[in-house]
Design a protein around this ligand. Sequence first.
Ligand code: NCD
Ligand code: ZN
Ligand code: ZN
Length: 345
Amino acid sequence: MADSITIRRPDDWHVHLRDGDVLKGVLPYTARQFARAIVMPNLSPPISTVAAGAAYRDRIMAALPAGMDFTPLMVAYLTDGIDPEELARGHAQGVFTAAKLYPAHATTGSAHGVTDVAHIRPALERMALIGMPLLVHGEVTDHDVDVFDREAVFIARILAPLVRDLPDLKVVFEHITTEEAVRFVLGCGPNVAATITPQHLHINRNAMLVGGIRPHAYCLPVAKREKHRLALRTAATSGNAKFFLGTDTAPHARHLKEAACGCAGIFNAPYALESYLQVFDEEGAIERFEAFASLNGPAFYGLPVNKATITLERSEVCVPEVLHANDTAIVPFHAGEVLTWRFAG
Ligand code: NCD
Ligand code: ZN
Ligand code: ZN
């Protein structure tokens, strides 16, 4: 049994770094483990112009502690009225790596999202032409669709037709949570991939609802039943290049989660690699961890693999009950638990 593993430095292909004071507090947790990150644009107001993307990137770099090696990859937030020219310009200038589809009101910070994909059809056609990936929060918002079914219904109603109509469009189906999503991605060509979070590999919906309601296990898409968690574990540890690491680390202040209407989002950046590696270890797939964490993502995005390496060692790590991100108290994923691998840098 291996007691340590050294791999190419990983990237995180789905991160919420927020803005303002809390950005300074959460950024080091991601920059410590990952060389690059796809930075989600669901701020208020959303990042929908090249100028806004460049300014946000500057704020991230200004918040980065001296000596840390980290590159943020920026994403444009698609709105009903998005100008395809603006996207193409941002992509050509190296500001926007990709663009994100949030169905309006599907999740945190999606109020300015898309009300009907028909409205962004010209933007999507342009993206397919220039090779700019579309990142998707894949849930419908129809009130008559059960929250546990919203991902599967999104595939049938929105994503499958989209992929069929635009066969050249690169698509990342973000934070997948169901066996339907795994099956869909496997059935598509190499232009369609998916990110998988640590929480959806570790927990099913019982974690949220058994023995009391647990707001720190709540994120969107919501964790599903056990068979879905098992399908995700199989996909992530399979070595298939379509699946790669995207934590969806989504920090919210503790008091905003422990509330009558708690925010969706799990803060998993502080122990992200430890959390993922434990899954690969449990599945007997440690030798496939590097592909998932460090190789498949760059291959999909057409970016070079990182040169530096990192090491994790088999050793118990106690996750604190709460962390402080520049004075904001945030409860991390696995709070109070003992993990079995330690990030050694
Ligand atoms: C994310 C957030 O808080 O920004 N929340 C979440 O539950 N995942 C938004 C998102 O990725 O859907
Ligand atoms: Zn999302
Ligand atoms: Zn997210």
